[in-house]
Design a protein around this ligand. Structure first.
Ligand SMILES: [Zn+2]
Length: 291
């Protein structure tokens, strides 16, 4: 039996020029009761030149809008040039999923979250294999993805119980059905990683850059663990940031420190108790104020 995919149209409005447009969301997404707002990236040229994210509720109503994280200008490749590279590349991924979903897929692979790709009969059947292959090649040898992306067909997806969802669920058009990190919107690390990788024209150089940057991030996280083992009972968050900046010989943003902590929770659960040593100075001074 051929699976029939039904689409539910939803009228949305561009948050920049306010032109109305219709998007179609596959009906099967609504069959999961436990899923919150569905995030759809509207690509430029759909009805106007703007790119944005729309959050759609279970009734198909647009609830919120957001500007895209950033827009990547991909080099226009001829079909011949594309055919010439037999391996699935970062640009292929961006062309398929769009920037918004690509950033989240990077986040999921780096931080070891499960990924589930919803496949419809018209999709390239090799997409998930290509995706896994790309990330296996993009990560340093000592840090191959512990979890590879899985795929599911619509009929199977409708039967899954997603109540305890700890999974990034998306389709091949870049629609984010669910994400395990809630409403986190901070993907600065991944954004910078992709932007800088694309500065290289050579596909192997792109992969090498990602390997090195991800490997460095892992090494630095291990330095954070070593430092936390050495400090006494506690350390303030800003002192930790300053000590790390000294150790790494560069300025660190609070965002990056949060990323190390997140990485420890996801990839070094045995070291997670060490994180209790980190105290937030502003919270503590607030407490003192109360007393
Ligand atoms: Zn617009």
């Amino acid at each position: 039996m051929v699976e029939q995919i039904l689409y539910r149209p939803s009228t949305i409005e561009c948050p920049i020029c306010h032109i109305n447009q219709k998007i179609e969301i596959p009906d099967y997404i609504y069959q999961q009761k436990h899923i919150g707002l569905i995030k759809v990236q509207v690509r430029p040229g759909t009805a106007c030149p703007h790119e944005f994210i729309v959050y759609v509720d279970q009734l198909g109503k647009a609830r919120d809008y957001e500007h895209a994280d950033f827009q990547i200008q991909l080099t226009a490749r001829t079909p011949n040039e594309r055919a010439a590279s037999d391996q699935f590349s970062l640009e292929d991924l961006l062309e398929t999923l769009g920037t918004f979903a690509t950033l989240r897929v990077f986040h999921a692979f780096i931080f070891n979250y499960k990924i589930l790709v919803l496949i419809v009969p018209t999709d390239d059947p090799k997409f998930v294999d290509n995706l896994n292959d790309l990330f296996t090649r993009s990560f340093p040898a000592h840090m191959k993805p512990e979890r590879l992306a899985d795929k599911t067909r619509l009929s199977e997806f409708a039967m899954l119980d997603m109540e305890e969802s700890k999974t990034l669920i998306l389709d091949t058009k870049g629609v984010i059905v669910d994400s395990p990190w809630g409403d986190q919107k901070d993907f600065d690390f991944e954004t910078e990683l992709i932007k800088k990788a694309l500065e290289f024209n050579d596909l192997n150089a792109q992969l090498l850059f990602i390997q090195q940057r991800v490997g460095l991030f892992k090494k630095e996280t291990e330095d954070v663990i070593a430092l936390l083992e050495k400090v006494g009972q506690m350390i303030y968050d800003d002192d930790l940031r300053d000590k790390l900046a000294k150790l790494f010989h560069r300025k660190l943003t609070d965002h990056l420190v949060t990323h190390y902590i997140h990485f420890i929770k996801q990839r070094y659960p045995e070291s997670e108790p060490l994180l209790r040593k980190i105290h937030n100075r502003s919270v503590e001074s607030l407490k003192e104020g109360i007393w």
